[in-house]
Write a protein that binds this ligand. Structure first.
Ligand SMILES: C[S@@+](CC[C@H](N)C(=O)[O-])C[C@H]1O[C@@H](n2cnc3c(N)ncnc32)[C@H](O)[C@@H]1O
Length: 208
């Protein structure tokens, strides 16, 4: 696997995330991963939660992102897993992600909101509402700013470096993300503090 593009943070955070997924989710279900990146997460989760089927996806806004689908595919083939579907091209900004009626018990999105324009947040929430099965959850993971929590020095520096790379990027306020979720018809169900000053947030439909 060493020759495939590799994310060191994904390698570090995949087990802590899996530990929470196992606690929060039922024994089996159907999962959609948004912004799968290198595919390290989906392979790890599919290995650790074999009774779930996993649908990886990523957008193709740049050549690097086009390669992401091939990387995910290669990593899945190397893993030999039978419960991961071929990676799909999915830009959260697309007006319709899938045909109506295609639903998932989990929609998982790690580390996209701060490395994409702010409009992707509303798009993620609205698309998720359309494609969550009854009782399903959206889980977002990554760094957030929070009004009542002192921001770590690491996240202050990370936010600054993101904004220097692209003024449309930056760590999002959890409260702003929550507002977008609520507008779309989701509510924040759980907040899990994760290693390295990240959060794992569990969102469900506001009305069941
Ligand atoms: C920092 S990487 C995170 C990858 C992986 N989820 C992880 O945590 O290691 C950000 C990902 O967001 C994806 N992305 C950016 N804009 C997107 C969009 N509009 N729709 C879907 N994915 C997007 C990028 O292609 C990239 O794979």
């Amino acid at each position: 696997m060493t020759d495939l593009p590799h994310s060191a943070p994904a390698e570090r955070n995949k087990q802590p995330i899996l530990d929470v997924l196992r606690k929060v989710l039922p024994a089996r279900g159907r999962a959609l991963e948004i912004a799968s990146g290198t595919g390290q997460h989906v392979v790890w989760f599919a290995t650790g939660m074999p009774q779930w089927t996993w649908q990886p996806s990523d957008a193709q806004a740049t050549q690097a992102q086009a390669d992401s689908l091939a990387t995910i595919g290669a990593r899945v083939v190397q893993s030999g897993l039978g419960n991961v579907m071929p990676a799909l091209l999915l830009d959260v900004m697309a007006p319709q992600w899938f045909d109506q009626g295609i639903e998932f018990d989990l929609i998982f999105c790690a580390n996209m909101l701060h490395i994409a324009p702010w409009a992707t947040c509303a798009a993620l929430m609205q698309g998720s509402v359309h494609h969550l099965a009854p009782g399903g959850v959206l889980i977002t993971y990554g760094p957030y700013l929070e009004d009542d929590v002192v921001t770590s020095e690491g996240n202050v520096a990370f936010d600054q470096s993101l904004r220097e790379r692209n003024p449309a990027w930056g760590i999002r306020r959890r409260e702003d993300v929550q507002q977008q979720a609520e507008r779309a018809g989701l509510r924040l169900l759980q907040r899990h503090a994760m290693p390295a000053n990240n959060l794992l947030l569990v969102w469900s439909r506001a009305t069941v």
